[in-house]
Design a protein around this ligand. Sequence first.
Ligand SMILES: Nc1ncnc2c1ncn2[C@@H]1O[C@H](COP(=O)(O)OP(=O)(O)OP(=O)(O)O)[C@@H](O)[C@H]1O
Length: 318
Amino acid sequence: MLDPILDIRGLTKTYPGGLTALGGVDLQIRKGEIFALLGPNGAGKTTLIGAVCGLVRPTGGTIHAFGEDMGKHWRTLRARIGLVPQELSTDMFEPVWRSVSHSRGLFGLPPDPARIEAILKSLSLWDKRNVQIRALSGGMKRRVLIAKAMSHDPELLFLDEPTAGVDVELRRDMWKQISEMRERGTTIILTTHYIEEAEEMADRVGIIRAGKILMVDEKDAMMKRLGRTEALISLAAPLAAVPEVLAAYPVALIEEGRKLCYRGGDGAGQGKTDVAEVTKALTRAGIDYTAIDIHESSLEDIFVDLVEGREALAGGAA
Ligand SMILES: Nc1ncnc2c1ncn2[C@@H]1O[C@H](COP(=O)(O)OP(=O)(O)OP(=O)(O)O)[C@@H](O)[C@H]1O
């Protein structure tokens, strides 16, 4: 990748006590993209973010941001990176406005009330500017976290599970906020458990498990490459064997011959074409069916397969 905005090489982290949370992570992030890091609990997502944002001291490897070594130019580079953590740990007694304004100052920027006002308005927090953070609802507290991270106008923004535990409406609202930030030129890396979130938002997806990146790809390419079509064809009468005419297709008999199961395709429409041909072949052979149930695999299916190690990583491992 040419001039990645973030370039992580061979990053390792073994916590005192011996647990290896990151086992050699290589990851390059493009300027201007939304990158979703997907992984099960304990995969190392928060540790990875923490290593870039200075909350976790890596055991090994290098991190370059904006083309420079973070190990050497820590303060100046960190000021250009924003972090929305999972939870607010401080500032509970501060009013919203002061807390957000203070965050800007932490990165050495001069006060800019107009900018803070614009941020609070964009997050529908302006009405709450004088309210103590502890008195806000959970969703509003999350917005405050975003406002604090935006306060120093970072070029690279990490969001650690931005929508965990928020309702559907607020989640959609936050997705909109994140998209708007990207439109303004911010590069965004988010971690999530919600596949829907990655599917909806991300340009590229990285899948992490047990401290290793299993795969990184354009979301669409990943779905195309690993996507599958599954069709269940209910037969009018059970069959003892797969009919000869279907020999060329990835089909099998299940449920004691009462259903034909097709599993194949390439996530780009081939599966549906195959299924149409299979049904035509059945009709030509005089085999009646009563129902067809077609399911296209989603990013979720792909993710579950990958994380559980079911899907062969053939050709796909990054
Ligand atoms: N301070 C710490 N000391 C020791 N072990 C830790 C520490 N922080 C995290 N770990 C361990 O490192 C591993 C990775 O944790 P991490 O929080 O990075 O995962 P995650 O992918 O963010 O998980 P989740 O989705 O649950 O937030 C886990 O096994 C965790 O228990």
